[in-house]
Structures are given as structure tokens and as C-alpha cells.
Design a binder for this molecule. Sequence first.
Ligand SMILES: Nc1nc2c(c(=O)[nH]1)N[C@H]1C(S)=C(S)[C@@H](COP(=O)(O)O)O[C@H]1N2
Ligand SMILES: [Mo]
Length: 308
Amino acid sequence: MRWSEVTPRSLYVRRREFLKLGAGSALALSLPAFARAKVEHGPKLAGVTANPNYALAEEKKNSFEDITTYNNFYELGSDKSDPSENAGKLQTRPWTVSVEGEVGKPRKWDIEEILKSFPIEERVYRLRCVEAWSMVIPWDGFPLADFLKKHDPTSRAKYVAFESAVQPQMPGVKGYAGIPFPYLEGLRIDEAMHPLSLLVVGLYGEALPNQDGAPIRLVVPWKYGFKSAKSIVKIRLQESQPPTTWNQYGGGAEYGFYANVNPDVDHPRWSQARERRIGELLRRKTLMFNGYSEVASLYAGLDLRKFY
Ligand SMILES: Nc1nc2c(c(=O)[nH]1)N[C@H]1C(S)=C(S)[C@@H](COP(=O)(O)O)O[C@H]1N2
Ligand SMILES: [Mo]
């Protein structure tokens, strides 16, 4: 096995230090506490109720430390440990989320108004990154559908486009880090309205840490993690399919617009059949739709190889 296949998150975090020590993986594996990056806890969220329909009791949750120190957030850097180390570079107040396009009631929301207007529930979801690692995360948030309906979508609203923040002090947005910014994502309207689609404002009952996409992000658990845009500033309903960052990357040959988790459709450069749950050594099988088979009806009649 290669180092990257047996290396738990904690070793990536302080990998260079381990390499400097010349520690073999056996020694390194016995020292996880030493490897932890310092994690800042956010303020407790008030009035969060656990939604029993999404308790995912059969899965072991990843730790707060896993979820907040092993991240993808290119605006804060491209290594897994960069977002937590650079978390302070994202300014989350004041924060405005603008809802525009094909809606009867466009609106600019201050984040505090959003937090007051929607009851927050806890949902434990699997997250499957397109890079073939995964976690189980207790998110705090509210259905995207509830939020969108407040703006009276018109009959021409066929898609929803999401735009993430770009702030000049974010270290990843300065040069060209491999993808252009702002980070853009999109869903078809029926995907956005599906009860699983969540706007997330916290995890483990605490305000969302910056590295996980504070103050508000999307989580779409049956799709590869890159669909779940972080630190959202704009939501636009529109008639045409929006351009998205990763779908445009590589001329569209690597990452589809739909990007549903599918063990049968490999990425051009690696297999999607299995995944490494962060914190576990052996790979496990990836489940169709990441285990959320209730979304299958959204794609009836679509060739999931062509529209992956
Ligand atoms: N704005 C923005 N959103 C993003 C990303 C990003 O780089 N920028 N990375 C995506 C990817 S590839 C994944 S796997 C998830 C990771 O979320 P997490 O770090 O909270 O686990 O965020 C997604 N959302
Ligand atoms: Mo990802």
C-alpha cells in the first residue's frame, strides 16, 4: 500500500513534521494526539433539534477535529491542512446573501436575519469527496427548499446557481490556484428542492467553523463534495444551466454538472468504486448516490454515464 492510502487525516495535518522526525507509519500511527492541529470551537447554536429521519445511527461520526482540520476550501489554500490554518483569513461578518433571478421576491439577507428566520435541525450525513475520501458529519442547518420558497420562484426557475465569497485577503484567491474564483456551483431546481438539500450554518451544535464554509454553505449529500459550495454570498434562480467551476475545469471532461456519487463511473484518472473513510485504514465500497437511494427518481430516464 502507498503512504497516502494508509495515512489517516491526523498524519496529513502534520505530515512534514513526521517526515522530519523520520517516523515510520507504525510509530506515526501510535501518536495521533501529537498530530492534531489546534482547533477553535465556535459559539454554541441555540435551539438545534436533531432530525430523527437523518440520524444515520448505523454510521460512526467523524470527530470535530477530523471535520475541521481535513478540508477542501481552495480559497484558503489547496492542502488539506491549509483551510484550518488559514481560517482566520475569512471574514464572516458582516455577511450578505443575495437571492436573485427568477423569483417573485428577490432579497438581500443579512446573515443574522437568516439565522433568526429558519429553525435549525441537526442531520448526520455522509460526505463523499470526488477524491475518494469520505466522512460522516453532523451538520446543523435547514432545508434549502424552505429558503428558496420564501422568494417565490417563477415557472422559469429551472436551475439554481450558487456563488462563494471572494475576499482579497484569502490566500488561495491571489494567484491562480488551479481553479478560477469565485467558486461557482449549481443544481437543477428539483435537486435544490429535494428535502435532503441543506443550507448549513453549523456542525456538532456549534457555529460553522470558517474552514467548513462559514457562515452558510450548501450540503447535497448524494453528490460529490465539490457540489456543496461554501461561504455562499449569492443564490440565483435561472432558466439555463449555470456554468460551474469544476464542470468547466479540464474542458468538462473530468467533473460532470450532476456529479452524483456513482461507484460505476470512474473519474478519468482514478476509480470511484471505493473510498477511504477518514480515520479508517481499509477502503470501503462506495454506495450509489452515496447511499441516498431516495433521490434515484430525480434521474429517471437520464443516462447516468452521460450525465454523471
Ligand atoms: N467555495 C468552495 N466550496 C467548496 C470547496 C472549495 O474549494 N471552495 N471545496 C469542495 C469540496 S471538493 C469538498 S469535498 C467540500 C469539503 O467540505 P469540508 O471541508 O467541510 O469537509 O467542500 C466543497 N465546497
Ligand atoms: Mo471534494
